[in-house]
Design a protein around this ligand. Structure first.
Ligand code: ADP
Length: 374
């Protein structure tokens, strides 16, 4: 009798627990179903087994046109979705993975995918995936780039004329003519600076179209760095620019583009050290390679901003830099040019102490008769 009573009590307890669980599941399902962010689950075969209304609305499909179909049907780039599925099968978590989705009306949505796998007792249950629409941002960036490259093309011709005439003036003016020579020198250095900016803008368009090409040659680093620091010294009297240990470094690289990298890093060092200080361009020689660095004693960069510095159009927005102008493409190009050279830009920075940007390049070892590459 006593046992039956106990059993009944236990049963009532489990029934209550079961009801509570059901309620929780319903609440959760309701939450996901009505969430404003697009969500879908995919099974081990790559078939969509569930999607919420936000996902269906975003892509324009009805439930019966979406659920039960392979996820690959809705991706514009098949290589990308195969890569996503392989990564998830290997238990990777995807964070902001960039993809393009195919909408019902034929348009393409650019999204960032965040996804991971739900496993039970080690076994694959399904992947959970939420997407963030970045189509508008991509379009906005495209509009900016189109504008920038249009303006750059228009500026190229007048700037070439200014540059040639200032060169002519410098040639025809003797150094001891004081102010005239100085003026011509400054015009020439400013014209060079503007030309470098225009090259940046035009290169931005080329990177986007996948058209950036390297024109590699063997050259000495020192004359290049000397030229760049020389121009900076003419235009900027507030900072002390030092050059350390860059003699006898022979590189096999795109001279013009490495010049652009150094010019960008140096002009940033000047721009973001408004209080002056010393800027150093230096080389640390190691077996087979050289580590080139540009360091300043300026504003420094917070850890959070350091993670995003090399993104296209990314600019720091705190009070200290809000009056300093720029487009947020210099470091993006630096990273891209170095990536093309199988190298990577790195940053070390402490707020209010300064920043050091550095990268490695292979060195060419030359002796009297032969030049070979490591
Ligand atoms: P821009 O200078 O045109 O904004 P960049 O791509 O060259 O674009 O730099 C991106 C951001 O990184 C800048 O907005 C600036 O805040 C920060 N930054 C770059 N170089 C330095 C530096 N040497 N010191 C401090 N901040 C820097």
């Amino acid at each position: 009798m006593e046992d039956t009573k106990k059993l009944k009590e236990k049963l009532a307890h489990y029934e209550k627990e079961n009801e509570d669980l059901k309620l929780k599941v319903e609440e959760l399902t309701d939450f996901f179903e009505n969430a404003s962010m697009p969500l879908h689950w995919v099974d081990g075969e790559g078939i969509i087994i569930w999607a919420n209304q936000a996902e269906l609305d975003a892509l324009g499909y009805a439930k019966e046109e979406y659920i039960g179909f392979p996820i690959s049907n809705f991706h514009a780039d098949q290589e990308v979705i195969q890569d996503i599925l392989t990564r998830l099968t290997n238990n990777e978590t995807l964070l902001d993975y960039s993809a393009k989705l195919q909408c019902k009306d034929g348009s393409i949505k650019h999204v960032l995918i965040n996804s991971n796998v739900l496993r039970k007792n080690g076994k694959f249950v399904h992947t959970r995936c939420f997407t963030r629409d970045i189509t508008e941002k991509i379009r906005e960036d495209q509009r900016k780039s189109d504008f920038v490259s249009l303006v750059s093309h228009e500026l190229k011709t007048p700037l070439t004329t200014i540059s040639s005439y200032s060169q002519l003036l410098m040639k025809n003016t003797k150094k001891d003519e004081g102010i005239n020579f100085q003026a011509a020198t400054k015009i020439q250095a400013q014209a060079k600076k503007m030309t470098a900016m225009i090259h940046d803008f035009l290169n931005l368009a080329r990177v986007e179209e996948g058209q950036i090409r390297l024109n590699e040659e063997t050259f000495e680093l020192y004359p290049l760095v000397e030229e760049i620091t020389g121009d900076a010294r003419i235009l900027d009297t507030k900072h002390k620019v030092r050059l350390i240990d860059c003699e006898a470094v022979t590189l096999f690289a795109d001279r013009e583009k490495i010049g652009q990298v150094l010019m960008n890093l140096l002009s940033n060092a000047i721009k973001y050290s408004p209080m002056g200080g010393t800027i150093t361009i230096g080389c640390r020689k190691q077996p087979g390679k050289v580590n080139i660095y540009v360091s300043d004693e300026g504003l420094g960069i917070s850890k959070t901003d350091q993670k995003r510095l090399f993104e296209r159009f990314y600019r720091v927005t705190n009070d200290k830099v809000k009056t300093i102008g720029g487009f947020g493409i210099g470091l993006y190009l630096v990273a891209e040019i170095l990536r093309q050279h199988n190298s990577q830009i790195q940053v070390y920075s402490q707020e209010d102490e300064g920043s050091t940007f550095h990268f490695d390049l292979e060195m060419v070892i030359s002796n009297k008769t032969t030049t070979f590459r490591f």
